[in-house]
Design a protein around this ligand. Structure first.
Ligand code: IVH
Length: 694
């Protein structure tokens, strides 16, 4: 026999943990931090392990059984689990209410109104307040015993409060909250495992797991919406009264459950819940209206398997089945190449959908979608339609998987995939029609060629009208053509021409940045301009790398070492990835033609001698600035260091000579420390500048 004091402590811990479970999972109002809960739980588990005689099947530690069950046993429901008739329109709701008013001979009927949770119907049987069985609906008469998995759901109490009737069957819905569903899928994606199609299937699939440990890993929850067999003749006179009792016994009942009067009241509830449904943490597919008075429910009775006293008013379906006709390839403004599903048009979520995004080719492969497949299309609210999965049983035998393209469907340029990224991109840059608008917008942006007035709308028009293919065409535009464009007029045309004229006189770093070569941002463009001094020198250095990127020189250890010695790689901020981008850009004859045309259109910059032989006490040193300096901006500090001959780079590498770290320096400082690169604080920087002053 265990010490009575221990037995008391165990009982106390169970009571306390049950209370916390109820506040956390049912009331959504936890009162202690998770860590404290874990501590209580741990203490209870240890006591139970040390004293097996104190074990109890309804202990909070015993939610998850250790062994999977074999087959699901059949369970005959003491009272059948009914289904509901559906209404899809206001007229159908009015008919339903009018029929009831007719039969009862009253109007202004009170209804219990509740959200219709989109999950799986479950019946919970409590005897002497203890959960003894959980069963699925099955055919309404006979369901499956799923006690082992339903026990793992934290909002299902294993014990009811003391005032609950000796026998009580609770009917309700098991569902998967959206956050849990998304977190589960995020993890599945990261591990390359199959994703759950939607929260409803996820809930149904989880409850019907044979292994309770698998179900316990799925974030499920439960809402009670009614009762079956009950040892008390009557818990209350109304359905809303029954729900209040269930709440009192510790069961989760939707906080949105309410009462409403007549058809107008029901319809107003439908509108209110419909407007807020996206804000709920779980999916609902409509609302349910139930005559509130239980004696009236009895009087109204049933037709076949559905009660006359209740109806489900459904929202337009957000998911529908249709056929995947083809997978097309689309090139976005940034060159991202994405698969798009062409669908047999289907009405879903209140609109006809014939295209849906597939995000990327990895996703296409993971979902294993093939033209000819029957697919599930989802359109929820204003969210863009997506294909969530396919129906394996309906796959035609000849369905072939879609291979990711290797060439851009718009311009034929090779497609490149960044390491560690799912997106593949067109390397065509300026010559890819799909990327022209973005290229124009970028070329004209303030930090590039700074062409005021050339915004998104104008860039779109110029490309759509076929007036501009590459940025070089900008300099061929004339006043008459421009003035004819939408919202332009002669004054705006003149302004734009003046801006274009001004942009001809620029600097190499701005020009390089304006070309929009991927990963060549402002800092890199500046470093390249400083290092090479002229466009031709940069082009030559880039083309000199051909052997590495055409496969002629193997990029093994020796090859990488040789590459690291190349002129282009000597530039701060430039590594093999940027080098390859530059090479691929300049090797493309179409890009070189654009450069030639820009130059012959008069775009020019002061060319300088290469900075290789830069003078000054810090010549040959590469510095990285990070964090916040108290006495000056990073740009000011950079300018003073450059004035002493140093190069300022944007990222820390083995080539960095030293790092200047202000307050709140983050990853760059960490990297410097890791590489053993000297770090100067602001004081040391000031000392260094002072030492070289004058
Ligand atoms: S009442 C006799 N209330 O919808 C009444 N059902 O389409 C039986 N459901 O099988 C059901 N939320 O799985 C009721 N608040 C709610 C509900 C609800 C979801 C489900 C339930 C039922 C199905 C009928």
């Amino acid at each position: 026999m265990a010490d009575p004091a221990l037995a008391r402590r165990v009982a106390e811990l169970r009571e306390e943990i049950r209370g916390h479970d109820h506040r956390y999972h049912v009331l959504d109002a936890p009162t202690i931090p998770d860590a404290e809960y874990d501590r209580l739980f741990h203490e209870l588990r240890q006591l139970e392990e040390a004293h097996p005689e104190l074990a109890a099947p309804d202990s909070p530690t015993r939610r998850v059984g250790a062994t999977p069950i074999g087959e699901f046993a059949s369970v005959r429901h003491a009272r059948p689990m009914l289904s509901l008739g559906n209404a899809f329109s206001e007229a159908e709701v009015r008919d339903f209410v009018a029929r009831i008013e007719d039969m009862l001979g009253f109007d202004a009927i009170v209804f219990s109104v509740e959200p219709k949770i989109d999950g799986l119907a479950i019946s919970l049987r409590f005897e002497e307040g203890r959960l003894v069985r959980a069963a699925t609906r099955g055919d309404g008469e006979i369901g499956e015993d799923v006690t082992h998995t339903v026990r793992t759901i934290r909002s299902v109490p294993l014990r009811l409060s003391a005032d609950a009737p000796a026998l009580l069957e609770v009917r309700g819905e098991v569902y998967m909250p959206r956050a849990g569903f998304e977190a589960y899928n995020r993890r599945a994606r990261e591990r390359g495992e199959k994703e759950l199609v939607n929260p409803r299937n996820a809930a149904a699939g989880s409850v019907r797991q044979q292994d309770p440990r698998l179900a316990a890993a799925r974030p499920l929850a439960f809402f009670a919406y009614g009762i079956g067999e009950c040892s008390l003749a009557r818990l209350a006179d109304t359905h809303s009264g029954v729900l209040a009792h269930l709440r009192g016994y510790g069961l989760p009942v939707s906080a949105l459950a309410d009462t409403a009067i007549g058809a107008d009241g029901c319809l107003a509830y439908f509108e209110r819940i419909g407007a807020d449904r996206r804000k709920l943490g779980y999916d609902i597919d409509g609302v349910v209206y139930k005559v509130d008075r239980l004696d009236w429910q009895e009087e109204l009775g049933f037709v076949s398997r559905a009660p006359r006293w209740a109806i489900a008013h459904k929202f337009p379906a957000e998911e529908a089945l249709t056929r995947l006709l083809a997978v097309d390839v689309q090139v976005g403004r940034t060159g991202a190449v994405t698969p798009v599903a062409r669908l047999e048009p289907v009405f879903v979520g209140g609109a006809t959908v014939s295209n849906a995004t597939l995000h990327n080719f990895d996703e296409l492969a993971r979902k294993d979608l093939r033209p000819g497949d029957t697919v599930i299309v989802r359109r929820a609210g204003d969210v863009i339609p997506e294909v969530v999965g396919m129906v394996p049983e309906r796959r035609p035998p000849d369905a072939r998987a879609v291979e990711p393209p290797t060439q851009c469907p718009q311009c034929g340029s090779p497609l490149l995939r960044d390491e560690g990224e799912a997106v593949i991109r067109c390397s065509g840059g300026l010559v890819c029609p799909a990327q022209r608008k973005e290229a124009l917008r970028h070329y004209a942006s303030r930090r590039a060629l700074d062409i005021e007035g050339l915004g998104d709308k104008l860039a779109d028009q110029l490309v759509d009208a076929g007036l501009v293919e590459t940025v070089a065409d900008l300099y061929t535009l004339d006043r008459a053509t421009l003035a004819k464009l939408d919202r332009m007029g002669e004054r705006s045309a003149d302004k734009l021409l003046a801006q274009l004229e001004q942009s001809r006189d620029t600097r190499l770093e701005r020009f390089l940045y304006g070309l929009g070569i991927r990963d060549v941002g402002e800092a890199t463009a500046k470093a390249l301009a400083r290092h090479f001094g002229s466009l031709d020198a940069l082009v030559d250095a880039s083309l000199a790398l051909a052997p590495y990127f055409t496969g002629e020189a193997a990029l093994d250890a020796a090859g990488r070492k040789a590459l690291a010695g190349e002129a282009l790689i000597q530039v701060p901020d430039v590594g093999p990835v940027v080098a390859e981008r530059l090479y691929r850009f300049f090797v493309d004859p179409r890009n070189r033609e654009v450069l030639a045309r820009l130059r012959s259109a008069g775009v020019h910059w002061p060319e300088q001698a290469p900075a290789a032989g830069a003078q000054g006490p810090l010549a040959g040193q590469t510095v990285v600035l990070t964090g916040t300096l108290a006495g000056m901006t990073r740009e000011q500090a950079g300018a003073r260091l450059e004035a002493l001959g140093a190069k300022v780079a944007g990222s820390v590498s083995k080539k960095t000579s030293f790092v200047v770290a202000g307050s709140e320096a983050g990853s760059k400082l960490a990297k410097a420390t890791e590489l053993g690169i000297p770090v100067l604080d602001e004081e040391a920087l000031l000392a260094l500048l002072a030492a070289h002053a004058g």
